[in-house]
Design a protein around this ligand. Sequence first.
Ligand code: PMP
Ligand code: GLN
Length: 384
Amino acid sequence: MNPVLSGLPTTVFETMSRLAREHGAINLGQGFPDDPGPADMRAHGARALVEGSNQYPPMMGLPSLRAAVAAHYARHQGLALDPETEVMVTSGATEALAGALLALIEPGDEVVLFAPMYDAYLPLVLRAGGVPRIVTLTPPAFGLDEAALAAAFSPRTKVVLLNDPLNPSATRLGADDLARLAAFCRRHDAIALCDEVWEHVVFDGARHVPLMSLPGMRARTVKIGSAGKISSLTGWKVGFVMADAALMRTLAKAHQFLTFTTPPNLQEAVAYGLAKDDAYFTGMRAGYARSRDRLAGGLADLGFTVLPAQATWFLNLDIADLGHADDVAFCEALVREHRVAAIPVSAFYPDRAVRTLVRLCFAKADATLDAALDRLSGVRRAAS
Ligand code: PMP
Ligand code: GLN
């Protein structure tokens, strides 16, 4: 068997969701909303399933969805994308990432990654034959340091894999960080693979700036989005990739032999959802911000140290302040004894460099958050 895969544990999201079921816990671990998702999009998808085509759509995606993706990014991020040659539909961001890494990396190429990193990244890079060069980002800012970038980039750098906004830290890169990274990409002639699935889930009046929009980055950036996050429908697994036509030709070759295509009815409904007016996106953000504040406020009242959450559906607890030193042990006790599932952030650090952060998902109904807070009120300081 291939050792990269045979040596892997089951993903932390699956493990914690299983433990949550076993212990009857409130699941604030794996990131998904309590809410079933926009009713009009689900109705649209159902209608397309019954009345529309259920045969193979075009390999690159339905023309209606590709046009909707291009229009969406023009409206929200000022990007000019040709829907014919620069947009491809994938089965979730995960397929887009896997395909892009297979398409971009030749064995031995170096790939710059940032920890904490989404748990799929490192195995996908290694399986594609890439040599990881990891930059460790630290709380609370998780910013990009010039010296750390200089140490990670080399003449062999082919790809830099960026997640912005960043899961699990719930932070966004600032303008200085983006400019610094773009300068390294240009200097080293590297391709930026940008996982921007959280681009719309940003709070407090912020607006997402895609690395692709920075000077000299348009032709060297592969941008990835996901309707799972944009439209709060994580189970649909409809994603998209945007890149210059010259890169897209090879990205499409990877996609054609991974999934080839994605269910047409879901594509139709996502096209409809991406065209929603600004009020929808503003309201979506306001709703999640309110949930964030409810959970963060309740946790602070209970005496927990909560890190600021600028984006995503997550916030982080600093358990060092409670005298705990190991997030995995803390999360195991939490699910068993207090029946609340969370995610140990060390799962996102390949060397477990940071072990005192615990991620909680706040994309939940008020009653779910309140019940979780009630259970969390039983958590005590570690005996010293
Ligand atoms: N990247 C990041 C940073 C994510 O948080 C997630 C899922 N939450 C994904 C990729 C996967 O997205 P999808 O479900 O569209 O495959
Ligand atoms: N991205 C989701 C999270 O961060 C989980 C996705 C998954 O379970 N594969 O919680």
